[in-house]
Design a binder for this molecule. Sequence first.
Ligand code: SAM
Length: 320
Amino acid sequence: MIVDRLGRSFRNLRVSLTAACNYACTYCVPDGKRLLKARDELPADELLKAVDYLIDAAGIDKVRITGGEPLVTPKFDEFLLGVMQLPLDDVSLTTNGQLLLKKKDVIAESGLRRMNISLDTLNPMRFKSIARGGDLETVLAGIDAMLELGLKIKINMVPMRSQNAAEVVPLLEYCLERGIELRYIELMRMGHLLGSQGFAADFMSMEALLDLIGERYEFERTDAPYDSTAVRFEIPEQGTFGIIANESEPFCKACTRLRLSSDGNLYGCLSSANKHYIGDLIDQPRYAALPKLQKILHNALDDKKLAFQGEVTVMKLIGG
Ligand code: SAM
């Protein structure tokens, strides 16, 4: 295992199947333009081979499938079924939920046990103005379908003062009623938000969120795994929620995340534009590829910061 001076190593791999997305969320991108040409993206079998090599080279034991929107690409079925066969402790998926009904059968067949679904609002009009694509009813039906399959669901919400602050508590209630853990993601200074005035105006801190929730519920801080991105809270007898507090309580010192973009680049840190191309190693036999991969992983680990500093790279390009 490759370890840095803070004891950090790579264990969690996020694989972006595609940079394409059927949404253009206001906080993610300035418009809906495609960020990578489809021909520059690796096919499912090469992404699977990369994961397989990274399990050996880095000690990866958890994989999250993400994007872009992972369900928009035809690669999704092959990748999901393939990754579930690899020797991993955990596989999960992050999706905006728009295509979950269409993918219900392959998800059931794969044996996937858990997923995060992004949902910033329960108001159809606001949904259109934040996501700039898709529709709310389809996502809600997709969530119900996944609950019916027995999957463990978390919902990701990005609270913003000018857009959905009034829904911090209603979304929590929606989740508590369904046994879903809500994850509030503090707005991150990425892409066009880096250095923008809009970021400061819209940012809601962990403290602001807890104040709002505290008006309605009593809660206490509860355990989170060592390398969890979220600070977790329990509302006695009702459920739990979490806050991914990049700004208020950065988790960088215990970060074990590695990202593989759909065009074959490794990123060691969300707050660094440094990328390390491994697409050419996938064609090589394991004995030749692994030592080269380990060298690259050392460099990628060096990219890890001590605090989130913001990043001009767009989240959907490197896998949120
Ligand atoms: N398309 C999938 C989805 O919507 O869940 C996966 C990719 S998306 C980039 C992953 C997560 O990143 C989403 O939950 C989204 O809300 C979050 N995200 C994107 N840009 C963000 C930003 N600037 N600040 C906070 N969260 C952001």
